[in-house]
Design a protein around this ligand. Structure first.
Ligand code: XIL
Length: 322
């Protein structure tokens, strides 16, 4: 009888996010990480705006706290994320220089970061959320696309591959299950990367009542058929997708529906072939720390632990999915 998520999940890593401040504070946060998880992701401190705040000046201090903690406790680290339009420092948004200089700057950034973390960070999201949600799902017109062209994603993967041939490289995006057209666009993008890419990160920001198991399965099937690794990343399951502003607690009915969805996600992940497995990562320990509270601005309880670090039915659902 397994006593933790990581012991129960014998064929893949169980991931969690953290912050340097949570690690420095210790207590129940770090106890929970050590007890339950074996793969760590930085919630926002290994993004470009934190790691590369001004030209020529890198800051890996917060990421290093996370990486050191992981190493001391036998956990892998998943690097998230080198390039993301939402975490680009303003000096990069307003880059003063030619397009060629911009591209050299991006190559230096990726190379410096991967070399700093060589042997310590096992995998990286190279590009996060490159695709638009709208019709046809074209590439977002980010500063990277504007200055490096439509093949900027491929260039970034090549820079990463050159910097560290051993690190596992992912493309990460959201709505892979809920939007079949975005899923198709994502697989087209991935196909264009050839063997520069090792895996697909499917952000699992979902709800207790959707997307369907069939649509989640389609993400797994598309990834497996391409012989890529699959990361079910950023899992959280909204219990209040109706966005009722007045709901004051998680009802038993909703807690159980959420449990069933956790179980379903884990079941689908657990059933993929071993070679395609990587990790299933949940985006937050306690309900009250979830980014979704700010993002949607309504009450919710999307995670596996309540605000007192008690295991919720969702936690049991994860175990039952194995
Ligand atoms: C979020 C973090 O949770 C927040 O703390 C931060 O302020 C913004 O980013 N998709 C992603 C994640 O890929 O990096 C985002 O994380 C959530 C959406």
């Amino acid at each position: 009888n397994a006593t933790s998520l990581k012991d129960a999940a014998t064929t893949f890593s169980v991931g969690m996010i953290t912050r340097d401040s949570y690690i420095n504070a210790g207590g129940k946060h770090t106890e929970t990480l050590k007890a339950e998880f074996n793969n760590l992701t930085s919630e926002y401190q290994m993004k470009m705006e934190v790691m590369y705040p001004s030209e020529g000046n890198y800051d890996f201090s917060a990421g290093d706290v996370i990486v050191d903690f992981a190493q001391a406790n036998d956990m892998d680290v998943h690097g998230h994320a080198l390039i993301w339009h939402n975490a680009t420092p303003s000096w990069v948004e307003n880059f003063a220089g030619t397009d060629a200089e911009f591209e050299t700057m991006v190559e230096d950034y990726i190379t410096t970061t991967l070399e700093h973390y060589k042997g310590k960070v096992r995998s990286w999201d190279v590009v996060n959320e490159a695709l638009e949600d709208g019709s046809g799902h074209p590439l977002r017109n980010s500063v990277f696309r504007q200055k490096m062209g439509d093949d900027y994603v491929k260039k970034c993967f090549q820079f990463a591959r050159n910097a560290d041939p051993d690190v596992i490289l992912f493309y990460n995006d959201y709505n892979m299950a809920s939007s079949p057209t975005k899923r198709e666009a994502m697989f087209n993008l991935v196909d264009g990367l050839g063997d520069l890419i090792d895996g697909v990160g499917a952000q699992m920001h979902i709800s207790y009542n959707g997307p369907s198991a069939a649509n989640i399965q389609a993400v797994a099937d598309g990834t497996v058929s391409r012989n890529l690794k699959l990361h079910f990343a950023e899992l959280d399951i909204r219990a209040n997708p109706e966005e009722d502003p007045n709901v004051s607690s998680l009802s038993t009915t909703r807690a159980n529906a959420q449990k069933d969805k956790f179980k379903e996600v884990v079941q689908i992940y657990n059933a993929i072939p071993l070679d395609n497995k990587f990790a299933l990562t949940t985006w937050g320990v306690r309900d009250n720390e979830s980014w979704l509270l700010d993002f949607w601005g309504v009450p919710d309880w999307p995670l596996m632990f309540d605000e007192n670090y008690n295991k919720k039915p969702a936690y049991t659902g994860f175990l039952e999915g194995l």
